[in-house]
Ligand binder design. Sequence first.
Ligand SMILES: [Zn+2]
Ligand SMILES: [Zn+2]
Length: 249
Amino acid sequence: MLARAGELGRRTIDGLLRLLYPPTCHVCGERLPEGRRMGLCSACWRTVELIKHPWCAACGRQLERKEIVDPRGENLCLDCRLDPFPVILRGTARYREPLVRLISEFKYDFWPSLADQLSNLFVERAHALFGSWRPDLVIPVPLHVKRFRWRGFNQSLLLARRLAAHWGAKLAEPLARTRNTIPQAKLPTKARLTNVAGAFAVTDEPSVIGRRICLVDDVSATGSTIRECGRMLREAGAAEVRAYVLARP
Ligand SMILES: [Zn+2]
Ligand SMILES: [Zn+2]
């Protein structure tokens, strides 16, 4: 409770400071246009590196030149050639600066204008990445209830809601995080899969049976969370599971 009150106070002070000192672009320091409270100016925004074709047909990672066999067709990254990623995963942009910083601000200092800027990009890129494919359900990767209470919102739910509206699909939340895992970013790659193993449960199985699903998350660095949620949904009877994240390596 005290933490929440402190947070509220901090946000109020931030709001006042913004009135006195107009907001500037995080990267270049240029003053932002009227009405924009956070984020990047349009020139810096263009430095966000979109994932462009050819990406890995399985895990959606941007391919390196040496991995591209057929520049116009489908290619697999070196990892997926050995062990194809089990969920068709796509990412909007590469998890590099300035996106790393923007996502952290999106998650920890919620600013509506920044959330708008990021979710617009997410939705705009969906067609290039998924073509005419459409799911029945769009499902956000859930936060544990403790983390949700502390943060006050789930950034993946926000992205999922926008995507569902864009695709005319149903937004559903049949997944729950049953264990409060260590944030994946704090762990080495190998520990990430065990960290999320058994951390999720499908709380509403009938709603996913026979459905085509698109899972949504903000970042997928190693794919461990998507892999685990995809496995749970398929075991519960989903017909097809794909995933879409804002940032991928
Ligand atoms: Zn700028
Ligand atoms: Zn791959």
